[in-house]
Design a protein around this ligand. Sequence first.
Ligand SMILES: NC(=O)c1ccc[n+]([C@@H]2O[C@H](COP(=O)([O-])OP(=O)(O)OC[C@H]3O[C@@H](n4cnc5c(N)ncnc54)[C@H](O)[C@@H]3O)[C@@H](O)[C@H]2O)c1
Length: 360
Amino acid sequence: MNTENISVFELAGEMGHEQVVYCHDEYTGLKAIIGIHNTSLGPALGGTRMWHYATEQEALNDVLRLSRGMTFKAAISGLNLGGGKAVIIGDAKALKSEALLRRFGKFVDSLSGKYITAEDVNMTTKDMEYISMETSHVTGLSESLGGGGDPSPVTAYGSYMGMKAAAKFAFGNDDLKDKKIAVQGVGNVGTHLVEYLVKENAKVYITDIYDDKLQKVALQYGVDVVGMDEVYDLDMDIYAPCALGATINDDTLSRLKCSVIAGAANNQLADENKHGLKLIEKGITYAPDFLINAGGLINVGMDYLGPYNRDRVFEHTQGIYDTCLDILKDAQTRNITAQEAAMDAAIKRINDAKERQGRM
Ligand SMILES: NC(=O)c1ccc[n+]([C@@H]2O[C@H](COP(=O)([O-])OP(=O)(O)OC[C@H]3O[C@@H](n4cnc5c(N)ncnc54)[C@H](O)[C@@H]3O)[C@@H](O)[C@H]2O)c1
């Protein structure tokens, strides 16, 4: 969609946003936009991203797109939370300061809990600490401050659960022993995922941009390294994208020989509809990304709703297995893509809440 000449109201109307808040502070140089997409299920939770956007329009598009995504992720995860997100415009290295973050915290506070912030790209747990000096509507604080800490192990666990459910659907059982699995990206999430897979005696292959990371993980877990492009031609049962989005596209779909795709990366399908349908045509079972990578959100969400308990977080995240299996069966019955079935389930939960509130 060309959004250049569209007003904020038109854009928000088209995407279903409730509120868009512009935050400005001359002294600290703060320019931020908070997007509150939907609060039917609860307060809108989503991280703050700091990015050097080329234009304000680009920042607006990003915050609207990301906050909308959070609504569906929270809904499908069974959390009583809505979807929101914030962007701070500017180069984090040059502009980020305690004063700017605290000023931003005051803006978050002015929304009285309708929006809850957390970490995202170019933000750290330390930054969350500064924000928390001005508002209690922040989550993702470090463990030393009583927060849930690093969400990546939980995201990896949820992705692992989603992968097992997809395996059950595709192969008739969820045992990953001897399954050939390629993990693309051994960063925070990918490395934890490798650990789960190795424990189950899967045959794991890894790839990454950075050779040092690859060697370290290969040595630690005894797994094989494959080339960054070679991974798409690998003779494998399961492909687990844990690096970038849009790796399922026209090019890779003509090469992938796997039976299952299940990984943590966001927006894996370059074109949700076109490539979702192509996956059905090729007989590849696809575990919807926003469903199976929701462990991180579950971690920060349960941290905010409190009291935080790591065991409860993992228990809730385990539920991704059943949800994923239900979604895959539903998609098959209705002959629609898994992504579409997952979206329908999320929308249904939101509409049920609206109905209870007399808003439908
Ligand atoms: N961290 C979380 O809790 C979380 C939650 C939800 C979704 N995700 C998504 O999961 C993915 C991984 O997150 P992360 O926190 O592990 O990030 P990360 O930055 O720690 O790891 C990503 C890894 O992918 C590698 N990589 C980048 N491009 C690559 C390529 N073309 N081929 C192979 N490797 C490549 C990077 O070198 C890095 O090691 C991201 O898409 C992220 O948006 C993460």
